[in-house]
Design a protein around this ligand. Structure first.
Ligand code: PMP
Length: 440
């Protein structure tokens, strides 16, 4: 059947017709184990009874009430539930419809905060190479892969990119992980000195880097040092947890494991768990007060901001994650996954690193395990593995262009939190077979 959709030859893709637990089912009746939850979205699997019931209940009551006229129970309940679990100091929630919207809102909020506190010269943003923050023009400017940005230049926001914290690649011989973490964080200090710290409004980073680096987590020393540097220079710290948040790494907010609280945090993906498009930005009380005491309101808004069905669904998702204990299961399941990956792939000649936290795991693919030389990008190994795995009924998320779009490949795994041991075993065996078939 001809497709009228924009996109990568939609006509060549199987047509998804149903979801069942950890599986997606196509029109031919083939079942696919969702080893990456789409792109770290489907944390509850595809047929969660409680979430579906909450959606039915809400749609029977109220579908839409414009936020220019009303607040609503779902929006208020969602804000309350998020703040109850948020890092210290965050007191306000701004619901949106996805990750890029949340990042755009965060950048605008930072700008408005400095306008209202008499620092209009603070306009610059520092971000990191090998990061992804979304596809709208502001979020794209913040993202670190040059090849994504180049053809859309000039972008709308001025961003400066520093090296990411990448111990596997950049740690010196004999350097401890924590010493490297401090050194990597000092790249921010250097960049602030170069730019003039009084001209910078925010530093944005993913606590655990997802799509562009394959679940790359920093040593414990990194984010506390980043927090200190930001505080010393009055720069806001924005953490983008769109991919790594909502329990994916084993705590509801990933940054809880790094011992830092940001000024602004963005979330999406797992918040709607694939049932609704939703994102949110959480902001500190200090930012909220400055704006409340200044002009009075954050000058922002989208038509679907605070949507009741999206909100009620996210409240049910949060209940499942927190009250029903699904996030609490992530560390143990993540351990089972990483042990299976290590057993099967640790000595593989083309696996350089197995990394990540919780049910957010990356496998870095290399040409040579000893030198860790990257794979020839022209061979697009990650894309071949994706296709081999898909043909075997496994969905895994490929990432290429790990280093500024030039070298490296990885596979990202982010299965639903309801995955069981047998499914984890099958996932790892199938991935390993797909890797071998892709290299042969
Ligand atoms: N930030 C991060 C860290 C992401 O991984 C993504 C999506 N992959 C986004 C922002 C953008 O989210 P969305 O695709 O929902 O706009």
């Amino acid at each position: 059947m001809a497709s009228h959709l924009f996109g990568r030859s939609a006509h060549a893709l199987p047509r998804a017709v149903a979801g069942d637990g950890c599986y997606l089912i196509d029109a031919e009746g083939r079942r696919y184990l969702d080893g990456s939850g789409g792109a770290a979205v489907s944390c509850l699997g595809h047929s969660d009874t409680k979430v579906r019931q909450a959606m039915h209940d809400q749609i029977d009551r109220l579908n839409f009430a414009h936020t220019g006229f009303f607040t609503s129970d779902p929006a208020e309940d969602l804000a309350r539930a998020l703040i109850a679990h948020a890092p210290p100091g965050l007191s306000r929630v701004y619901p949106l419809s996805g990750g890029s919207e949340a990042v755009e809102a965060a950048l605008k909020l930072a700008r408005q905060y400095f306008l209202e506190t008499g620092q209009p010269q603070r306009t610059k943003i520092v971000a990191r190479r090998q990061s992804y923050h979304g596809n709208t023009l502001g979020a794209l400017a913040a993202g670190g892969n040059a090849w994504r940005r180049e053809k859309f230049a000039p972008l709308l926001v001025t961003c400066h990119h520093i090296a990411p914290c990448y111990p596997y690649r950049d740690r010196a011989d004999g350097e401890s992980l924590d010493a490297y973490g401090l050194r990597a964080a000092d790249a921010l200090e250097d960049e602030l000195q170069r730019l003039g710290p009084e001209t910078v409004m925010a530093f944005i980073a993913e606590p655990v880097v997802g799509a562009t680096a394959g679940a790359l987590a920093p040593p414990a020393s990194y984010f506390p040092r980043i927090r200190d540097i930001c505080d010393r220079h009055g720069v806001l710290l924005i953490l983008d947890e769109v991919m790594c948040g909502m329990g994916r790494t084993g705590t509801l907010f990933a940054c809880d494991q790094d011992g830092v609280a940001p000024d602004i945090v963005t979330i999406a993906k797992g918040l709607g768990a694939g049932y609704v498009p939703i994102g949110a930005m959480l902001a500190s009380d200090a930012i909220y007060r400055a704006i409340a005491d200044g002009s009075g309101a954050f000058q922002h808004g989208h038509t679907y901001h605070g949507h009741p069905l999206a909100g009620a669904t996210a409240v049910a998702v949060l209940d499942r994650l927190t009250q029903d204990g699904l996030v609490a299961e992530v560390p143990a399941k993540g351990q089972t996954l990483v042990e299976a990956l290590t057993d099967r792939l640790e000595n593989h000649p083309h696996v350089g690193d197995i990394r990540g936290r919780g049910l957010f795991r990356g496998i870095e693919l290399v040409a040579d395990r000893d030198t860790k030389a990257p794979f020839d990008p022209a061979r697009k190994l990650h894309a071949r593995i994706k296709a081999e795995a898909f043909a075997r009924g496994l969905i895994c998320y490929p990432g290429g262009g790990t280093i500024d779009g030039v070298h490296g490949d990885h596979i990202l795994l982010a299965p639903p939190f309801i995955i069981d041991d047998a499914q984890i075993g099958w996932l790892v065996d199938t991935l390993a077979d797909s890797l071998d078939a892709s290299i042969a």
